[in-house]
Ligand binder design. Structure first.
Ligand code: ZN
Length: 453
């Protein structure tokens, strides 16, 4: 791939290129239906028109964006030609299948075989550039060296064409050895930088069947995308018919990519469609039916609601600024009643002002239970007394429980009084006896409680 250098030839302005496209007929997409003599051809399902300036770098292998292909759509690309011996065979295979592809041409190859370049164009394929000498040092070379390689390759290819506009503003870095200065320069020239979505390793020393296997396997793994092949390789010539046949058998479609022109604007797409690795949310958004825009297409604003929308009996808005202007009662405006819902006044006959007083019998308790439940009076043990423990107190305890209150016996009252007074000297014999009794009664109650359990 050593050829003469055309360092002096540079195309500086893609405006000239684009203007040239004005006179260039838009490529026509072929399909299996119009592939005469080849009923089994896979054909070209559609033409995708892209704007390089909107999407300057594509290819999932290296960039976050790639071509907005649908599922089971494949774009075929061939690098390094033309090399007539093999390139012509590739062109024949594609013609037999009515397939349109994109060829990335090496400048020195174009100089060596300008007729080969013209054959690509005559067959309706897209052609891009691939540097002048195909150096595998684009990731190392200076920006100036890269610029010279890119510009020379374009000039050499254009020199083979009757119309410079026949060269699409597509560029692929040799060996995909990307570098930021190169990418920036390519973008500054309005060129679309093409990487790829998958390879078939057809430049390696592998068999055609291996090329076929890799191509199908990688296409299937991703489901769609840009396949990079080399039309200068004999193994690719051998593998290509089988690849195309298999793609058709598996339901794939071939898409032809062309650059946008004033006559042929870019195919409408959604930004998510260009994502090399769309998120699950983006995929869902793409698959979800779009909200139709016909509702807003011809109206700047929504129509004002009609009065009838409010279902007012006389067509008057309920939120009128003068709600009291109609009915008057005794000369005083009466608020208008809303037609619905109405405030319903419940009849009062089923309600009473207060709840009935509960009968005293509701609180009646057996004598013993009442005695147990009585809280002890401060400083007194009389509430603990039970019949077995205090025969002398039995009558009083029973009567106390019945009345809901504990009557303290006089000896206990003495003791209580004396204790709260804090004077032990005033405790008499009776009081001291009562304390002993009370202590014994408490003990008896506890024993009785344990026995009940
Ligand atoms: Zn190459």
């Amino acid at each position: 791939m050593v050829g003469s250098r055309l360092a002096g030839i540079q195309i500086k302005c893609w405006t000239v290129f684009c203007l040239g496209l004005l006179a260039c007929a838009a490529p026509r997409a072929a399909s299996a239906a119009d592939c005469p003599g080849h009923p089994d051809a896979i054909g070209t399902s559609r033409t995708l028109v892209v704007d390089p300036r909107e999407h300057p770098r594509i290819g999932a292998m290296q960039y976050p964006q790639t071509l907005p292909l649908r599922d089971h759509e494949v774009v075929l690309t061939f690098d390094d030609g033309p090399l007539p011996r093999n390139s012509n065979q590739v062109l024949q295979i594609l013609a037999d299948q009515c397939v349109k592809a994109t060829f990335f041409i090496i400048g020195q190859q174009a100089l060596a075989s300008p007729e080969g370049v013209r054959k690509y164009v005559a067959a309706g394929h897209s052609i891009g550039s691939h540097s002048q000498h195909h150096p595998l040092t684009f990731n190392k070379m200076s920006a100036e060296q890269a610029k010279q390689e890119i510009d020379a390759g374009i000039a050499s290819t254009t020199a083979a064409l009757s119309d410079p506009a026949q060269l699409a503003p597509f560029f692929r870095i040799p060996g995909l050895l990307r570098a930021e200065p190169v990418e920036e320069y390519v973008a500054s020239q309005g060129l679309q930088l093409w990487s790829a979505d998958f390879l078939a390793d057809d430049w390696r020393h592998i068999s055609p069947s291996r090329v076929y296997d890799l191509a199908i396997k990688r296409i299937e793994a991703r489901g769609k995308g840009i396949l990079l092949l080399h039309d200068i390789q004999a193994r690719t010539v051998a593998a290509l018919p089988k690849i195309l046949h298999e793609l058709k058998a598996r339901g794939y479609h071939i898409v032809h990519v062309v650059p946008a022109t004033p006559q042929q604007p870019a195919t409408p797409t959604e930004p998510e469609q260009w994502l090399s690795h769309p998120s699950s949310a983006a995929v869902a958004a793409l698959n979800w039916p779009k909200v139709p825009n016909f509702v807003f297409a011809e109206a700047a604003a929504l129509p004002a609601p009609a009065l009838s929308d409010f279902d007012s009996p006389d067509g008057t808005l309920l939120l009128s600024a003068e709600p009291f202007d109609r009915a008057k009662r005794h000369g005083v405006p009466v608020p208008r009643e809303a037609p619905w819902p109405r405030a319903v006044a419940l009849p009062p006959e089923n309600t009473v002002a207060t709840l009935p007083v509960p009968a005293a019998s509701l609180f009646a308790l057996p004598d013993k239970a009442a005695a147990l439940l009585q809280p002890p009076a401060p400083g007194s043990h009389h509430a603990e007394q039970t019949a077995p423990a205090a025969h002398a107190m039995e009558g009083e305890a029973r009567s106390s429980a019945a009345s809901g209150a504990v009557k303290v016996t006089s000896p206990a009252r003495e003791a209580t009084t004396d204790r709260t007074a804090g004077s032990r000297t005033r405790i008499g014999h009776g009081a001291r006896r009562t304390r002993h009794f009370a202590h014994g009664a408490r003990h008896s109650v506890r024993v009785a409680s344990l026995k009940k359990r």
